[in-house]
Design a binder for this molecule. Structure first.
Ligand code: ZN
Ligand code: FE
Length: 266
């Protein structure tokens, strides 16, 4: 018999820098953080909630995702760090990549690693299916690959790599909750509306996001269903987007590439 109370998990965002979120998963006792770019807000939150940090998950090597790891390791010496096997890290860690499953302890299901080259070449995401109150929850920690109504910049990979990576994430269950690392949703929606001004789901999301921001709340997590309905980078076959880009019978990749190019300077 599973003790459901013991397995009741919470996921909360710890704001860092201007627009980063360090996602914290906990069961009121043990904790995991994803992409701790800054240690101080993480330590403050762990102390306030009286949590024991057990694991750090890293999605890619950018400083705003790893900058807090050294201090967290000094503060919590027993913490295990997992990071992409295709990238180099100075701190002690276990190298992971697809199709690894990362064991996170007996209080939470293992995380499946999904390779998503594009933003960086080694970028990985962590996907967790966890049973809670007799319902299966699906959680995706996607770093800087998928954003609310957007995607990460192509610092290292090609548009084709990023498009393939996003399609892998888009194929996850539509009820998957999507935990992105940056609060870019409103700017992404404003851009998406220039390409798809009549998309009702997008117009509705714009209203919803404005209301959340007004209340000082995060616009995340998103869901795969919401991204499929509103994210132009997952909607490369939509005629309205293609004609907004002045492309004639484009391939999905041409539509994706042009959308990414325009977003870079938006
Ligand atoms: Zn990044
Ligand atoms: Fe980032």
């Amino acid at each position: 018999m599973i003790d459901h109370m013991q397995h009741q998990l919470q996921i909360i965002p710890i704001p860092a820098f201007k627009d980063n979120y360090v996602w914290l998963i906990h069961n009121n006792h043990k904790a995991i953080v994803v992409d701790p770019g800054d240690a101080i807000p993480v330590i403050n939150t762990l102390q306030k909630l009286n949590l024991d940090l057990q694991t750090i998950l890293i999605t890619h090597h950018h400083q705003d995702h790893i900058g807090g790891v050294d201090i967290l390791l000094e503060t919590y010496p027993d913490v295990k760090v997992f990071a992409p096997k295709l990238e180099q890290y100075a701190f002690t860690h276990q190298r992971v990549g697809e199709p690894d499953n990362v064991y996170l302890g007996d209080w939470i299901s293992a995380a499946k690693v999904i390779d998503v080259p594009g933003h960086t070449l080694g970028h990985i995401t962590y996907y967790i299916e966890h049973w809670q109150n007799e319902h299966q929850q699906q959680w995706l920690f996607c770093g800087d690959t998928l954003f609310g109504a957007g995607c990460g910049r192509l610092f290292e990979g090609t548009p084709a790599q990023m498009m393939t990576s996003l399609q892998k994430l888009a194929a996850l269950p539509v009820s998957t909750q999507v935990f992105c690392t940056h609060e870019y949703t409103l700017h992404n929606i404003n851009f998406a509306l220039t390409l798809e001004p009549t998309n009702k789901a997008l117009i509705q999301r714009h209203q919803d996001v404005l209301a959340l921001i007004e209340l000082g709340l995060p616009t995340l997590p998103s869901t795969i269903a919401l991204e499929l309905a509103t994210n132009p980078f997952l909607r490369t076959d939509v005629t309205e987007i293609q004609s907004s880009l002045f492309l004639e019978k484009p391939t999905k990749l041409q539509t994706f590439t042009k959308t990414r190019e325009l977003r870079n300077s938006y």
